[in-house]
Ligand binder design. Structure first.
Ligand code: PXP
Length: 260
């Protein structure tokens, strides 16, 4: 299982002061040294963390593959086609959200999504769809002929955080918050079985499977047991730990947990 390290939050810290420091570019060599296999960045329409110049520099200088997350807005796809990262992960975006809430609607967005995928493929960029784990979505991804899907693990992570509430909860407005412990445990179990089953289905259909969102040093262990998931993209928990341990150690610690 590969580890993609999402370095957006380095830019979040910089943007809080609107100065030049810390620069996410400095993370590239550290991620590589620590055993990360991919750099993930999200160029948001509101540019709240990664800026266009970051994306350009990171794609230009990285010796690791870059997974650029962005919305399907034509402006973002123009940038992606220009910068030509290794992979583009299409994500839904909503101005008010703190972080990406829920997967992309690939069922109702037919013309737009086809056009977007075709544009990226024309530039020889691999495409991944960030989707909620449902069979309908997996089958639709197959029809759309994408190389990758990334399952949104937010529901699993939220339930996990609520059940073991001493653990950090990176999410807000969580419906799982009000549920009794037994129901939370059931959600966790159900999500794990679902992710396992759907990853197998996707693999049989020839689609590579990544997963991410809300994964941390506790809840990642059961996800890492699902051997049909090829890659995890993790940001918040790694960058949070790095404040105390340094980035290299934080990545080494995560790598150990997902090692097969
Ligand atoms: N994967 C995708 C598609 C995301 O949008 C995000 C958040 O930007 C992540 C993974 C990483 O999530 P987290 O920061 O909660 O680890």
């Amino acid at each position: 299982m590969k580890l993609g390290v999402n370095i957006d939050h380095i830019a979040t810290l910089r943007e809080a002061r609107m100065i030049a420091d810390p620069n996410p570019l400095d993370a590239l060599s550290i991620v590589k040294r620590a055993g990360g296999e991919q750099i993930t960045i999200h160029l948001r329409e509101d540019r709240r963390h990664i800026q266009d110049i970051d994306a350009l520099n990171i794609i230009y200088h990285s010796s690791l593959p870059i997974n650029l997350e962005c919305s399907m807005a034509p402006e973002m796809i123009n940038i992606a086609c220009e910068l030509r990262p290794h992979r583009v992960t299409l994500v839904p975006e909503n101005r008010e959200e703190v972080t990406t809430e829920g997967g992309l609607n690939i069922i109702d967005n037919d013309d737009m999504i086809r056009l977007t995928i075709d544009r990226l493929h024309f530039k020889e960029i691999e495409v991944s769809l960030f989707i909620d784990p449902t069979l309908e979505n997996v089958e639709r991804a197959k029809e759309l002929e994408v190389e990758w899907i990334e399952f949104h693990t937010g529901k699993y992570a939220n339930a996990y955080a609520m059940l073991y509430s001493h653990l950090p909860n990176t999410h807000h407005n969580i419906p799982e918050l009000e549920l009794p412990r037994k129901e939370l445990a059931d959600i966790i179990e159900h999500e794990l079985v679902n992710l396992r089953t759907l990853s197998c289905d996707a693999k049989e259909l020839g689609i590579k499977v990544a997963a991410g969102h809300g994964l941390n040093y506790q809840n990642v262990i059961d996800i890492a047991d699902i051997d049909t998931i090829e890659e995890l993209n993790i940001g918040q928990s790694i960058i949070a730990r790095s404040i105390y341990t340094g980035l290299e150690q934080a990545i080494i610690d995560m790598r150990k947990l997902i090692q097969k």
